[in-house]
Design a protein around this ligand. Structure first.
Ligand SMILES: *Cc1c(COP(=O)(O)O)cnc(C)c1O
Length: 393
């Protein structure tokens, strides 16, 4: 607390103030908004009453953080964020537990990923522990906004923007770090509907040595046009491919998994390895850990203890997927991420043909369903697992 961080100011290294949660000022809104009925919520449309905000300047360092009424912020038109996309963000969710207390899911992972993203675009460093204390405080202040129902939560969006008001291309030594919140319901309104994917190889989301492994805003703008094309062709999301051999990477802004029948009767549950082109998702990591724990701890509901699951981080090509599908061994495909948690895939369009997955009544296969149910239970504090659900006091 009250510590310093070292930042480069030109060629000079300087000691400036780190983030300090003990300096938080809280300025509550005089007029609180009406909370919309939860059935009417669509993702990211409604913002809560307050936001958390702090600024960085190269002489002082991080300002005292403030929780204040939600509203516009003022940034110079020459600001680095507008000109050179020095913007990074996180996505996390808060739930109300059976004890009535708000909680976050593995929030340290988000704080650490935010710091790595900031570093990748030369934004200033900050104490991830101090930021987590502040995020917890914001969630506590906004707890009346957390809808209490399965599939509902408060989406929390930490953001850092570079605000150096100068046009020369260079690191932004001014920044604003803010956190906003938005109540949200199930990703797909109609429940857990399986989605269709359009496999894209003429545009790439990420590449070796690129920035796909970081949550940088600049990774998303180039995905919007291919996504619109996919929708026009009748598909819900893009399946991003990479390279001559058409390696499968991610689906939309989710990590991709497939379930494959093994010769020995078990199931391989495969996702691409973190080689720099894949976003290291919190849900991806949680999925791999839950799969590895089953069946010795019977952690996945609805799957029998004799179902042998083999989590694997392996590269897969479209040729692999097509072959597995032809052999009848491609049992499930699904995307995982904070927003939707688990989304089943029903078909994948590739080179003018569809790969169809076995359809399931619920829209989800047994592995996707088990993961979805268990992850929600852990997030809502109904199933204690490895301290993943963290109470905000
Ligand atoms: C955010 C994101 C994910 C999912 O990460 P989580 O931490 O699980 O929310 C996956 N892929 C991309 C490209 C993302 O931006």
């Amino acid at each position: 607390m009250g510590g310093n961080i070292t930042v480069a100011n030109g060629s000079v290294e300087m000691q400036v103030a780190d983030l300090d949660a003990s300096k938080l000022r809280i300025n509550l809104s005089q007029t609180l908004k009406d909370i919309p009925a939860k059935e009417t919520l669509s993702f990211g449309q409604t913002m809560t009453d307050h936001m958390l905000m702090m600024t960085f300047d190269p002489v002082y360092g991080w300002s005292s953080p403030e929780i204040k009424p939600y509203g516009p912020i003022s940034v110079d038109p020459a600001g680095s964020c507008f000109q050179y996309s020095t913007n990074v963000f996180e996505g996390m969710k808060a739930y109300v537990g059976p004890d009535g207390k708000p909680r976050l899911f593995r929030p340290k992972m988000n704080m650490e990923r935010l710091a790595r993203s900031a570093s990748r675009v030369a934004l200033p460093p900050f104490s991830t522990d101090e930021l987590l204390k502040l995020v917890k405080k914001l969630v506590s202040v906004e707890s009346r906004w957390i809808p209490v129902a399965k599939g509902y939560s408060l989406y929390v969006r930490p953001t850092i923007i570079g605000t150096k008001p100068a046009l020369a291309v260079g690191p932004s030594d001014h920044a604003i770090l803010y956190v906003i919140c938005s109540p949200t319901g199930p990703w797909v309104r109609s429940g857990q509907k399986a989605i269709s994917l359009y496999a894209v190889d003429e545009h790439v989301r990420s590449w070796p040595g690129g920035t796909g492994g970081f949550k940088l805003a600049l990774n998303y703008a180039p995905t919007l046009m291919p996504q619109a094309v996919a929708q026009k062709l009748g598909y819900d999301q893009c399946l991003w491919l990479l390279g001559e051999d058409k390696k499968v990477t991610e689906v939309g802004a989710m990590n991709f998994f497939v379930v494959v029948q093994r010769e020995d009767g078990g199931w391989d549950v495969i996702t691409p390895p973190l080689d720099g082109t894949i976003l290291p998702g919190v849900t991806r990591d949680s999925t791999l850990k839950l799969l590895a724990a089953h069946p010795s701890k019977s952690v996945l509901p609805g799957l029998s203890d004799s179902d042998k699951l083999h989590p694997q981080e392996l590269q897969m090509t479209m040729a692999d997927l097509r072959k597995l599908a032809e052999e009848g061994r491609l049992l499930e495909a699904f995307g995982v991420g904070t927003a939707a948690i688990v989304t089943a895939v029903a078909r994948i369009g590739f080179e003018g043909k569809d790969i169809n997955l076995p359809t399931h009544e619920s829209g989800m296969g047994p592995v996707a369903q088990a993961l979805y149910d268990r992850i929600i239970d852990i997030q809502m504090g109904r199933f204690e697992w490895e301290g993943w659900s963290v109470v905000c006091e």
